[in-house]
Every structure is written in structure tokens, then in C-alpha cells.
Design a binder for this molecule. Structure first.
Ligand SMILES: CC(C)(COP(=O)(O)OP(=O)(O)OC[C@H]1O[C@@H](n2cnc3c(N)ncnc32)[C@H](O)[C@@H]1OP(=O)(O)O)[C@@H](O)C(=O)NCCC(=O)NCCS
Length: 192
């Protein structure tokens, strides 16, 4: 497959680019922290895990049915990897996307997640013409819930204790945003 994600996304403070081999140390360091991993799918995160994911992303492209594409979130001023953002494309319909995001603790509380996802959402709706983006959060993950609400996602569902996760029954919230909903605030004229 030709590499079509060649131009990084940029925001006022961040660059969102492909993961690269020298990201492994920073990626492993923040993903291995229990406070970062608490609501995520992994329990432990080794250098081998980091290297495997980075290698897999070398040939991956965003928006391909049934796959995840993981972007590096890099602080412009320092050049440091401060997080990563996952773009999952449904295997059943490639117009449906899901987002995930992880920031290093020192990068949290600064608006970086909102800034990064604002650019990713615009990319998915405009450049990739996706129809719907969803996000699934643990019901106790207040930072993630606040993030998706700030971004204008609707809360569509709460599944109560439907998942045995890390030694407890976990409840999850589903958030979603349609392209039609996202574009309305940006529209300059009447919507037909
Ligand atoms: C989920 C997660 C990415 C949210 O990160 P976050 O830093 O809280 O989110 P934002 O980047 O939107 O930052 C918002 C905070 O920055 C503050 N902030 C500071 N400067 C800001 C600025 N210039 N612009 C916007 N917000 C700013 C906001 O007031 C807000 O603070 P508050 O949480 O005290 O109200 C983060 O908690 C995380 O990585 N968690 C671990 C992984 C995880 O669970 N991921 C969720 C998977 S779905």
C-alpha cells in the first residue's frame, strides 16, 4: 500500500506524526505507569511492546477497515513525545471510526488532548470523509469523559458493569460525534 499519511498534522503547540523507532523509550515510560494504564487495555508495557507497536505502524495507514493507526503526539517547543492517539477504523464499515488517546502525566492538564483530538477529528471528517467517530471510556475515567464532552461528543450509552476488567466489574460510556454534527458550528450558510 502506498504511504499516504506523509504530512504530519499540526496544531498551535503540537505535531501529530507517525511513530518512529526512537519514540520507543518515551512511549514505554509513560504507558508503563499504573496511573496511565489504569483504564487502558494493557496491564504492563515493555520496551518490546513499544517496539512492536512502532514497527507495526511503519506500514499502517489511517482509516483502513479493521485496523488501528497510532499517531505520536509531539510537543513543538521541546520535540518530546508527550502522548499517542489511536484511530480505529471499523472492520464492518470503514466510514466509522473510534478514537483513543494517552498522554504522559506531565503533559496532562494543559489542553493537549483536546488540541490533538480537534486536529484528528478535522482530519477524519474532512480528509478521510469519515461519517462517525466514537470513543469508549471507563465510567470512572473522569478526565476522558470531560475531554470528549468538551469536544462536543454526545454520550450515547452507559453500559453498567458489563465488563470484567482488571479485577472488577467495569462500566463504560460510549460517546459519538457525526460529521454533520461536527460541521454545523463551522457552517457559514444554511444547511440543506
Ligand atoms: C484522557 C486524557 C488524555 C485527558 O487529558 P487531559 O490533559 O485531562 O485533557 P486536556 O488536554 O483536554 O486538558 C484539559 C485540562 O487542561 C486544562 N488546561 C490548561 N491549559 C489549557 C489550555 N491551553 N487549553 C485547554 N485546556 C487547558 C483544562 O482546564 C483541563 O483541566 P482540568 O482537567 O483540571 O479541568 C488523560 O487523562 C490521559 O492520558 N489519561 C490516561 C490514558 C486514558 O485513560 N485515556 C483515555 C482513553 S479513552
Amino acid at each position: 500500500m502506498p504511504r499516504y499519511f506523509t504530512t504530519p498534522l499540526s496544531t498551535a503547540r503540537l505535531i501529530l506524526r507517525r511513530l518512529q523507532p526512537d519514540d520507543a523509550t518515551a512511549l514505554q515510560r509513560y504507558r508503563a505507569r499504573p496511573d496511565v494504564a489504569r483504564y487502558q487495555s494493557w496491564e504492563t508495557y515493555t520496551m518490546a511492546d513499544a517496539s512492536t507497536m512502532i514497527a507495526a505502524m511503519a506500514e499502517a495507514e489511517p482509516g483502513v477497515a479493521g485496523t488501528w493507526f497510532q499517531l505520536a503526539i509531539v510537543e513543538q517547543t521541546s520535540g518530546a513525545l508527550v502522548g499517542d492517539c489511536g484511530l480505529h477504523c471499523s472492520g464492518e464499515d470503514d466510514r466509522l471510526m473510534e478514537l483513543g488517546i494517552t498522554l504522559a502525566p506531565e503533559a496532562q492538564g494543559r489542553g493537549y488532548a483536546g488540541e490533538a483530538l480537534t486536529a484528528v477529528i478535522a482530519f477524519l471528517f474532512t480528509q478521510l470523509a469519515k461519517h462517525r467517530i466514537c470513543a469508549v471510556t471507563d465510567a470512572e475515567n473522569t478526565a476522558a469523559i470531560a475531554l470528549f464532552r468538551r469536544l462536543g461528543f454526545r454520550q450515547e450509552a452507559t453500559f453498567i458493569e458489563h465488563l470484567w476488567f482488571k479485577g472488577r466489574w467495569s462500566s463504560e460510556c460510549v460517546f459519538a460525534l457525526l460529521r454533520a454534527e461536527w460541521s454545523q458550528p463551522h457552517a457559514t450558510g444554511p444547511i440543506n
